[in-house]
Structure formats: C-alpha cells, structure tokens
Design a protein around this ligand. Sequence first.
Ligand SMILES: C[S@@+](CC[C@H](N)C(=O)[O-])C[C@H]1O[C@@H](n2cnc3c(N)ncnc32)[C@H](O)[C@@H]1O
Length: 364
Amino acid sequence: MAPVRHTHRPARPRMVEATFLPGLGRFLADELRERLPGVRPRPVPDRDDALRFPYAGPLSRLRSLRTAVAVFTVLGFGVARPASLLHGDHLRRIAAAVRDGADGADPARSFRIEAAGRDSMAFRHLAVELARVTGLAFDPHGGDLVLRFRRSPAAATGWDVLVRASTRPLSARRWRVADYPGAANATIAAAMARALPLRSGDRVLNLMCGSGTLLVERLLAGPARAAVGVDADESALAACRANLDAAGVRADLVHADAAAPDLLPRRRFEVILADPPWGTRHGDHAANEALYGAMLRTARRLAAPGARFAVLTHEVRLMERLLPRHERHWHAEEVHRAFQKGHHPRIYVLGAVPPSDDHAGERR
Ligand SMILES: C[S@@+](CC[C@H](N)C(=O)[O-])C[C@H]1O[C@@H](n2cnc3c(N)ncnc32)[C@H](O)[C@@H]1O
C-alpha cells in the first residue's frame, strides 16, 4: 500500500501590528527580522509607534518580543461605520481572533474597547454582542483584553479591529515582582541591550542599577561572563535581587556609591549600563552636575579596552555639556531618543577611546 503523504499546509498569514515607544522602531524592526526570519515589518501609515506585517506563526512567539509594547492581530472590515460590525460574520471573525490570541498562561476574563466615540450607542451594542460571542465580560475600564477600533489607515474606506494578543502589555514584564519608583521602561532597557554588543564573554556592569531593569534585560538578551549591579540604596538592591531571581538570571549586587574612586578595584567590564537619577523622582539637577561627571569617570576607570557604555537619561543638556569634556575618554557613537508618557529620555551609546589617545584625562 502506498504510504499516506501528509502535506503540511501552512496557516494563512494574519496581519499583525506590533507597537513600540516612538523613537525605538529601529530596535523592534531589527528584533522582528532577527527572531522571525521571513518577516518584513512595514510602518503603519500616519503612525510613529507601530509596525505591521503578515504572520502565519503562533502568536505565542510574538509575546516574547522584548522591544514591543504590545502585539495586535489586525482585522480589516470594508464597512463604513462601526455599527455595521454587528453583522454575525464580522462578530464571528472577531471572536475567532480573540480565541487565536488566547494566552493559556494568562487567559483573558474580560475585555475593554479603545475607540474614538467608544461611549456611543453603536459601541455599546457592539460591546454587548462581543461579550456574547467571545464569552468574556465587558469591563469598560479594567478589561484585560484590549479591542481597538479605528478607521483603516491602509484603505480609503473601512474599519480595522485590533485584538491585543496578550492580557497585559508586553512591556509589563512577568519578572518585575518588585516595583521601584523611577524604574526604567523595560522596552527601553531591551533597546539599550540591543544597542550594545551582545557577546557571551562580556562582563556587564550596571551603575545605579535601581531595581535592575537594565541588568535584567541585558541578561535576558543573552549570556554574559559576569554581571554586577551597583546602587547606593539598600531598598533598590533588595528590589533588584527579587527581579533578578524572578527573571532567572544572576548578578552580583554591590551596595556602594557609584562615584567612589575605589569602587570595584581591579575589575573591568566590556559593557557598562547606567540609568542615573533624572533629577525628577531621584536626585536633583544641581547634584546631578557632579554625579554625572563622577559616573563618566567611574565608567572610564572600570572600562575594558573597547568597552561600550550606554546611559539612559532625561538630563540631556547636562550630558551634552559633559560629553565634550570627556571626549578623550568617551565618544558618542549613537544617540536614540524615546518618547514615553510625556518624557523623552535619550540613550547615549558611548565608546571607550583607545588608551593611546587617552593619556591627557578629561578637560574640566
Ligand atoms: C533612575 S533610578 C534607576 C532605576 C533603575 N534603572 C530601575 O529600573 O529600577 C537611579 C538610581 O540611582 C541610584 N543612585 C543615585 N546616586 C547614586 C550614587 N552616587 N551611587 C550609587 N547609586 C546611586 C539611586 O539609588 C537609584 O536607585
């Protein structure tokens, strides 16, 4: 008898949209291309915070993206107004996308609607019908699954329904078991990790590590030979320890002043990260003047040849003033600007100037 041939038919690709913090799209595009070969992300017309691409694989793979804020399945409907989505076929398509995106580890119990005019009668009817077809409760403010409705940016007419593929945004990390005031956004930290070399032989230092966002994201991006976090606040280090443990990564934590001239004697690091106080929640602008200079000197002293140093800060004027004074030690290779809820911090990626050019110390 002839053997039965199983022809594998790939699933039909769905359109997916991945959102990011404006300014960091390059990092998400790189991560998508690297982790999902064959995917070609494109910008979404008129948006500075989203990439879209057809995708046939399981949505669970997209939930592990580190530079994405959220991932949505995009359903396009050739209808003139949202009320027309009450049609049974349309509702079934939306319900199928909700099922497709269901996260077994963190199942949705309720949904909410994000749309211009979401309090209108049309959306109230839609909410009732969507609750019926999806089996989820409608909770207008606290719903864990987001359904976003908008006019289609890709077509002259029509509406899109975007179904978020996770109950929580991807930027809300499971490893963050200990909150800390002023903790960095994890997608920014993941972008910083990608802006630096990722070599398993590297030794990683996080100055002023707080609750460890930069450290955890660097260590989750890839292994390192050694990792050290330094902070002057015991409660920060306790939060950092809890987050490292929850993430399943290891680092030595040191309770010390990052400006101390005897910090970590004889240690050297290829990758240095810092999220110094921005002068808002931590520190103040006057004290930062001295602290940032000390941070650049400490990092220089602890830098291995060819080291890279990434600094996340909102103290842009201060950095711009200090960097020329430290140009014999550090040169700015890249500067990235992120937009995050009214803040627009920058990531400075500095390269250690080779020692032969580095004999004169910084200008003061
Ligand atoms: C913006 S917070 C860092 C937040 C961190 N990236 C996180 O995600 O939790 C700045 C940190 O710098 C620490 N710090 C301020 N001055 C310091 C100093 N001179 N030496 C060491 N740590 C310092 C503070 O204790 C605080 O934890």
